[in-house]
Design a protein around this ligand. Structure first.
Ligand code: SF4
Length: 323
């Protein structure tokens, strides 16, 4: 079983931590709940921090040309400046955080799906945007693992988020050491995971590491990090997972019986037809890595990119994907 470094994650405080929603509610959330032993959470409620009590009158985003304003229709209070000042001060004092989990649709914490109204009361929605607190987070942390609790209910999005979170957290620790042998080890054990994400970027990362240009270490780490963020820029394709499984299968194939090969290829086909999850196929490959005592394969993060205890196949039902 792999050991993982605990990422530091900022979370909207009303999710699992405090009854601080406008109506005095606290939200239960399975992902945040499950993550508690594996993550160092920094819970924050921006609305409470700017002095709004709980319970409180609702607030909303109002369009002001291209920009949005944060207002409380009942009192007519414009909270935009207060929220911006709070966000700046809070983000500046933050330790080196690894991720964010924020409340969807909230005018303060939502990431992309916050309703923006044309005016105060009884006015239509004219677009969606980022919450007043989160728009500052997005500017300050453009590459960090950030998601809202609503989207994290989708299995594939959750898997991608957790993979990026735990992998980039480990990379940051290695970057702090500036030791090339540690970066080489990191690259080696992530080979198949990176291949599943993007084969082209895996090659670029390999080229950076080979350092034909004789770059100084600091520069090399910088370029590697840039490419790593690009690699995690999108969820891995279904077909890439199949490709990686074929690669690993090819590795063990000379040592397998005809029946074993046949069974594995049948399972891979079932995965391809979306009849079984990827984990069913991966389990067979991992069992072979144990059987042949193959340390190189056992070390591959593709088999466990984030703590196994966090694997939950449940899904919101929206956009379910066996990828
Ligand atoms: S969504 Fe954000 S601002 Fe609203 S209650 Fe939750 S933590 Fe506070």
């Amino acid at each position: 079983m792999r050991e993982f470094i605990k990422p530091i994650v900022v979370v909207s405080k009303c999710i699992e931590f405090s009854p601080c929603r406008y109506n005095g509610d606290k939200l239960s959330d399975q992902t945040v709940h499950n993550l508690k032993p594996f993550v160092e959470f920094i819970p924050i409620c921006p609305e409470v921090e700017i002095g709004l009590g709980t319970p409180r009158e609702v607030i909303r985003l109002i369009a002001d040309g291209e920009k949005n304003r944060l207002v409380q229709p009942k009192t007519g209070q414009d909270l935009t400046k207060m929220m911006e000042e709070f966000a700046h001060a809070f983000l500046e004092e933050l330790p080196d955080v690894d991720g964010f989990i924020l409340k969807n649709r909230s005018p303060s914490c939502g990431i992309t799906d916050v309703k923006v109204y044309s005016g105060l009361e009884k006015s239509p929605t004219i677009r969606t945007g980022s919450g007043a607190f989160t728009s500052n987070v997005l500017l300050a942390f453009p590459h960090t693992a950030i998601e809202d609790e609503g989207r994290l209910k989708n299995f594939k999005i959750r898997e991608h988020y957790l993979t990026k979170l735990f992998t980039t957290t480990e990379f940051k620790k290695i970057k702090a050491t500036q030791q090339i042998d540690q970066l080489n080890r990191f690259h080696k054990k992530n080979k198949y995971l990176f291949m599943a994400y993007n084969q082209k970027r895996l090659k670029i990362l390999g080229r950076i590491l080979s350092n034909k240009e004789k770059r100084p270490l600091e520069e090399l780490f910088h370029y590697y990090e840039e490419e790593l963020f690009k690699l995690f820029g999108r969820v891995p394709r279904f077909t890439s997972n199949i490709n990686v499984c074929h690669h690993i299968f090819g590795y063990f194939s000379p040592h397998l019986s005809g029946k074993e090969k046949e069974y594995f290829l049948e399972m891979l086909e079932k995965y391809q037809e979306k009849k079984i999850p990827l984990s069913s196929v991966v389990c067979i490959l991992k069992a072979w890595a144990y059987r042949f005592e193959n340390e190189y394969m056992l070390d591959q993060t593709f088999f466990e990119p984030y703590p196994e205890a966090l694997v939950e196949i449940s899904d919101s039902g929206k956009g379910r994907d066996y990828g």
